[in-house]
Design a protein around this ligand. Structure first.
Ligand code: PLP
Length: 248
């Protein structure tokens, strides 16, 4: 119990520090912090940490590997049911193979890493196949991941393909077009790379004006992302600590 209580205290402290960074960055950019959604990226960390952060008021959680995320989402749902806690929303943020689309659609509300039309088709079919989803409109909100460095190994569509992927999402009845996602290129100035986000977001909003999500900003570059209009931050290390196993 003592170890659990001190982990809870550590998470509370890290959350407060992260919120104060977000507040300062919003003040510097003349933005309202209420416009910015904090997604806790819990990869490599246990369901107990998700439950602790949910107890501290977080509602949005991100994972990048289906094999880890599926069981964790189930454990968290059980834990929340046991304590009467509000359900949380899962964001899938990692590179996704088409054959995992059905699995991801069972627990994720958002997929940030949609970068090709073949994957859109699989996610569209998966969203319609999940029992109970889709009854009140699209089940799964998809973001177009754009590559800011042109490196195909890191995922993301080239900027020239963003509109085609957005239109394919928009055409799927089971999917909602949410907006844009990007990861800053390694070793480059994130502020410079993130300058591409606003024009790309405008292009996606020309497909659907409601698709205003800009998912950008991690532990090391959240200030630059907020200055460039990010609406959703994906924060792992700053909230949970350094991961012992490196996970891309
Ligand atoms: C791991 C990961 C993050 C979080 O990174 P931190 O530097 O730990 O904040 C954000 N986005 C993606 C796509 C990730 O894989």
């Amino acid at each position: 119990m003592g170890a659990e209580r001190s982990r809870q205290a550590e998470l509370a402290e890290r959350l407060a520090a992260t919120r104060s960074r977000i507040g300062a960055a919003c003040a510097a950019a003349g933005r309202d912090p209420a416009e910015v959604t904090l997604i806790a990226v819990t990869k490599t960390y246990p369901a107990s940490d998700v439950l602790a952060l949910a107890g501290l008021g977080l509602t949005d959680f991100g994972e990048n590997r289906d094999q880890e995320a599926g069981p964790k989402a189930a454990a968290v749902a059980d834990g929340l049911a046991g304590t009467g806690g509000q359900p949380v929303s899962w964001h899938f943020i990692g590179q996704l193979q088409s054959n995992k689309a059905h699995s991801v659609a069972r627990y994720a509300r958002f997929v940030h890493s949609v970068d090709r039309i073949r994957l859109v088709r699989h996610l569209g079919a998966a969203a319609l196949a999940v029992p109970g989803l889709g009854a009140f409109g699209p089940a799964l909100t998809c973001l177009v991941q754009v590559s800011l460095d042109g490196d195909p190994d890191r995922g993301g569509a080239p900027a020239s393909r963003v509109r085609d992927v957005a239109e394919a999402i928009e055409a799927e009845p089971g999917l909602a077009l949410g907006g844009l996602m990007a990861v800053a290129p390694a070793g480059a100035d994130p502020g410079h790379a993130f300058a591409a986000l606003r024009p790309l977001s405008a292009e996606i909003r020309s497909v659907n004006p409601a698709a205003g999500i800009i998912s950008a900003g991690m532990s090391g570059d959240l200030e630059a992302a907020i200055a460039s209009g990010a609406t959703h931050l994906r924060i792992g290390t700053a909230l949970l600590g350094n991961r012992s196993v490196p996970v891309r």
